[in-house]
Design a protein around this ligand. Sequence first.
Ligand code: PRP
Length: 208
Amino acid sequence: MPLTVVDHPLVQHKLSILRDRATTVREFRALCAEISMLMAFEAMRTLPLEDALVETPVASAKVRRLAGKKLALVAILRAGLVMADGILTLIPGARIGHVGLYRDETTLEPVRYFLKLPGDIGERDVFLLDPMLATGGSAVAALDLLAEEGVQAPRLLCIIGAPEGLERVQEAHPEAEIILAACDERLDERGFIVPGLGDAGDRLYGTR
Ligand code: PRP
């Protein structure tokens, strides 16, 4: 599936502030939500439409409206939560699933601690949300879970990706479409994206 890098000037400008170490928790949270909303807007460009008729106060109007599957957002905890909040401003009725994963600091492998998905997730168009695609371990673990539930062609929205993570996801889940705001240079020895923006969860919640 294709990789899309959302190069819209607004997204890139907001991302420049998000990366800055001087950005406050409050600004970081707001920017994460705004960037996610703009990325989702772009990612939803390919949603199918159907023709319909509505009666305006004046006459019948041929209109186009969303067709196809209903949508669901799945947030990878913790940092994906704020992305879901941003995207809900576009699609307020969307169902939301949560996958709790943290990365073991030594092995860098994801550890699952929570899972709650909409019952009919397998019949929905799914947007999987996590700001950082580093080694790709968390995204692959979440995509494995979605595949077990019968989700087809999920879209993975990450604000920043590393080439290592991209490769791992594309190999394990070629059916997934990946949407990024930026693809960075590499991972460092701690598994942090370089230059990246640091630890998204810590910057969102003021933890360390
Ligand atoms: C970070 C980040 C991703 C994951 C990316 O989460 O938000 O979920 O690491 O790394 P990967 O691609 O190598 O799996 P973290 O484990 O720090 O948890 P948190 O969101 O609760 O801070």
